[in-house]
Design a protein around this ligand. Sequence first.
Ligand SMILES: NC(=O)c1ccc[n+]([C@@H]2O[C@H](COP(=O)([O-])OP(=O)(O)OC[C@H]3O[C@@H](n4cnc5c(N)ncnc54)[C@H](O)[C@@H]3O)[C@@H](O)[C@H]2O)c1
Length: 264
Amino acid sequence: MKLDLTGTTALVTGSTQGIGLAIATGLADAGAHVIVNGRRAESADAAAEAIRSAVAGAQVATLVADLATEEGAGTAAELFPDVDILINNLGIFGSQDALEISDDEWRRYFETNVLSAVRLTRTYLPRMMERGWGRVQYIASDSAFVTPIEMIHYGVSKTALLGVSRGFAKVAAGSGVTVNSVIAGPTHTGGVEDLVYELIDRSVPWDEAQRRFMAEHRPQSLLQRLIEPEEISNMVVYLSSRQASATTGGAVRVDGGYVDSIAP
Ligand SMILES: NC(=O)c1ccc[n+]([C@@H]2O[C@H](COP(=O)([O-])OP(=O)(O)OC[C@H]3O[C@@H](n4cnc5c(N)ncnc54)[C@H](O)[C@@H]3O)[C@@H](O)[C@H]2O)c1
């Protein structure tokens, strides 16, 4: 099965590093023209360059915008009015005492992790439906199912994202556009390294910190290791492909068996 995205344009939000960069690289490798998004020109340019070095002949454009804001979504619509594949990847996470999270912080999590994706879906879905083909995905998290007490606001924002995904899948039903969430488990990115070290003593070597993080915070994970960003990207590329035409309204798990092992 050859996943060929030649002739398509894909916008991946928050794609200057981590999972987003891996997804943009995977889509470029499958032949899509990718739009890399970041809030700073230097990091967007560096990410575009990294993709060009990884994928010979990659077609990459950059979108410098804060896509958690209305203004940023407006810039996206103006510069790139039409995309075939929208990957809502950008997100923030961090640990905080559940009883200490302020209203403003709850709002920031919803603005960034949920409303940004709703706005961009509203921007791009209608044209996809008119054309009769398109792919929308949301990068959710196992925290959507298992609200972690150290990240309640994050978990709840990702639970909301699952509802957003199901709702827009119904809007798109029968149009040729599929809408899905990808449930990522803990993935080896810079942000997760920081989170692991927030929870586990910083003086512990990385391998030991990772092992303890999995044992203490994800004991039911069947994988008992962090997931690599490329493992998330592989699923996103498949769901973006023409071959994935019968998968919509779903929440597809790349979580090392964690969610199924506790909430089948
Ligand atoms: N890493 C994990 O373990 C994990 C697990 C489950 C889900 N996820 C989800 O996957 C997505 C990517 O996570 P990651 O670990 O690669 O994160 P990351 O922090 O490494 O990367 C996120 C990217 O989004 C960008 N970003 C944040 N806010 C933005 C904004 N307003 N406008 C534009 N860009 C913005 C950041 O600059 C960064 O480049 C997030 O939605 C996250 O919640 C991550």
